[in-house]
Design a protein around this ligand. Structure first.
Ligand SMILES: [Zn+2]
Length: 234
């Protein structure tokens, strides 16, 4: 089998990087290298039938579903089991809880497929069956792990700003994702507040050359800080 995928591991798109333009030529180059032979017998002695999580493609754990049985090369047994199905605890109304705010006997336990916020942001736009984690009940909220992430820029990114056709300096488009759709994010550059976003977390800004810090804070006080630099223009 030949499979070629070209792109970013988190699913972020790149203009011009299409399957036909980037992946297909590699695929056909590989086909050209293969001998023109008849179909082979699978080497079952070196294969193991393994339960695989259909959602993540990793080895299935007890809480993965649906699960497929797939023949994989024996080394596949050494790979990491699925880390994207987690067990969550909810109350009878479906709000997430934990043992600090709810009696364990009253909890329901459910398996949930959860991607990190940035991956979730791209993934859910193409998979309508993806259901975000239910929110924590109000009295349990402070225990949530960081629900806020910066998509762009990456840590220590060096950003080059081209001139627009008009001769003006282009803007840098900053992007963030929040696990809770309705959240407001408050944006700061070099510790100065520059505005907020709700639902769609994108900001286009003119930023001077040099080193900068971006800090995002949500209503619950979760925050993330990252360094980046704007490099000189030609
Ligand atoms: Zn899984």
């Amino acid at each position: 089998m030949v499979g070629v995928w070209v792109g970013n591991a988190d699913g972020e798109g790149r203009p011009g990087l299409t399957g036909i333009g980037a992946a297909a030529p590699i695929l056909f180059d590989i086909f050209d290298l293969l001998p023109n032979d008849k179909w082979f017998t699978p080497p079952y002695d070196e294969l193991a039938k393994v339960p695989i999580c259909r959602k993540s493609g990793m080895r299935a754990t007890d809480i993965c579903e649906p699960v497929d049985s797939v023949y994989v090369q024996e080394n596949g047994l050494k790979t990491e089991p699925c880390k994207y199905h987690i067990l969550i605890h909810t109350d009878k109304f479906g709000y997430r809880v934990n043992s600090d705010c709810e009696d364990v006997n009253n909890m329901l336990h459910k398996s949930w497929f959860v991607l990190p916020p940035v991956q979730e942001w791209y993934y859910k736009s193409t998979d309508p069956t993806y259901v975000r984690l239910p929110p924590y009940r109000t009295d349990c909220q402070s225990f949530e792990i960081l629900p806020l992430q910066l998509i762009y820029p990456e840590h220590n990114a060096e950003i080059y700003i081209p001139l627009e056709i008009s001769g003006e300096k282009g803007k840098v488009i900053f992007k963030a994702a929040h696990r809770k759709q309705s959240s407001t994010i408050f944006w700061h550059i070099d510790n100065s507040y520059i505005g907020s976003t709700k639902s769609i977390h994108e900001k286009g800004l003119n930023i001077s050359e040099g080193e900068h810090t971006i800090t995002l804070v949500d209503e619950l006080g979760n925050s993330i800080t990252r360094q980046f630099s704007i490099v000189g223009r030609n």
